[in-house]
Ligand binder design. Structure first.
Ligand code: PLP
Length: 268
C-alpha cells in the first residue's frame, strides 16, 4: 500500500472533447501527482469547433456530489470553474463557505469560441458570494472587464484591475494578461504577462509566448495546477509560479485535434 496523495476537488463543467473543464482539471491533477475528484456542475457537448450544447445539473446533484467527496475523502484544495447560473454559483459558494481548504476561483465567463459558460445575470453572485471565498481568483482580461468594468489595454492597468478585483474579497488575485499582447490563436507579443498580488506583495510573472493556436483549456489547466500545488503545501506565490511553468509547457506542446482549436498537452 502506498501513501495517499494530496486530494484536490474541481467543481466545474464537463467538456466532452476532453480539452477543458473537468477533463482538463483531472488530467492536470494526475500530471502533478495529486488525487483529483470532481463535482460536475454542467455538461457541455463540445469539440475543437466550440460548444454545441450545455446543460446545468440540478442543484441537489451538485450538493450531493460535494457531500460525498468532502464527508468521506476530504479535500486539501478546491478549484471552481464553469458554474453556469446564479443558482449554481450561490449553491457552490454556500458549500465552500465552511471549508478550510484553499479555494482557487477561475471566474469562467466565455469560451475562446465566444460561447457563454456563465449567464451574465450570474456575475453579481460571482462578485458577492464566490470571490470573497477565494484564496486565489484567476480572471483573464475579459473576465476582469465583465466583473469590474476595468478594461486593461496595457501592463500599467493590470494593477488597477487587480485592485478592483481585490475589492470583492479574494485573498489573492492573478490577473492573466495572456490576451494583452495578442489574441489566443494568433501571433502576438513575445511574452505572456500575469500579475499576482494580495494588495501588498506584487509578483509579475513572465513566460515566453508560444506561437501555437492550440490553447483550448489553458485557464482550467492553470487554476487546477495552482490548486494542486496549494494542496502539496506550497505558498500562493510558489504555487502560482509552479503552475505557470506547467501551463507554459502545456501550451507549448498543445496539439491539433479536430478541425478547430486543439487542447493544451497535460502530459508534456
Ligand atoms: N468548457 C468548459 C466546461 C470550461 O470550463 C471552459 C473554461 O473554463 C471552457 C470550455 C473554455 O475553454 P477555452 O476558453 O480554453 O477554450
Amino acid at each position: 500500500m502506498s501513501e495517499a496523495p494530496p486530494r484536490v476537488l474541481t467543481v466545474a463543467g464537463s467538456d466532452s472533447g476532453g480539452g477543458a473543464g473537468i477533463q482538463a482539471d483531472l488530467k492536470t491533477m494526475l500530471a502533478l501527482g495529486v488525487h483529483g475528484m470532481s463535482v460536475i456542475t454542467a455538461v457541455t457537448a463540445q469539440n475543437s469547433l466550440g460548444v454545441q450544447g450545455a446543460w446545468e445539473l440540478p442543484v441537489e446533484a451538485v450538493r450531493a456530489q460535494y457531500r460525498s467527496v468532502v464527508d468521506d475523502i476530504g479535500v486539501q484544495a478546491v478549484k471552481t470553474g464553469m458554474l453556469a447560473s446564479t443558482e449554481l454559483v450561490e449553491t457552490v459558494a454556500e458549500l465552500l463557505s465552511t471549508t478550510n481548504a484553499p479555494v482557487v476561483v477561475d471566474p469562467v465567463g466565455v469560451s475562446k469560441h465566444g460561447d457563454a459558460l456563465l449567464a451574465p445575470s450570474a456575475l453579481d453572485a460571482v462578485r458577492t458570494a464566490l470571490l470573497p471565498l477565494a484564496t486565489v481568483a484567476t480572471p483573464n482580461l475579459d473576465e476582469v472587464a465583465q466583473l469590474t468594468g476595468v478594461r486593461v489595454c496595457s501592463e500599467d492597468r493590470m494593477r488597477e484591475a487587480a485592485e478592483a478585483v481585490l475589492e470583492y474579497g479574494p485573498a489573492w488575485v492573478l490577473i492573466k494578461g495572456g490576451h494583452l499582447t495578442g489574441e489566443p490563436g494568433r501571433k502576438g507579443g513575445d511574452q505572456a504577462v500575469d500579475l499576482l498580488t494580495d494588495g501588498n506583495e506584487e509578483h509579475w510573472l513572465r513566460a515566453p509566448r508560444h506561437d501555437n493556436r492550440h490553447t483550448h483549456g489553458t485557464g482550467c489547466t492553470l487554476a487546477s495546477a495552482i490548486a494542486a500545488q496549494l494542496a502539496k503545501g506550497q505558498s500562493v506565490p510558489q504555487a502560482v509560479t509552479a503552475a505557470k511553468e506547467y501551463v507554459t509547457g502545456a501550451v507549448a506542446a498543445g496539439f491539433a485535434l479536430g478541425g478547430g482549436i486543439g487542447p493544451v498537452d497535460h502530459g508534456w
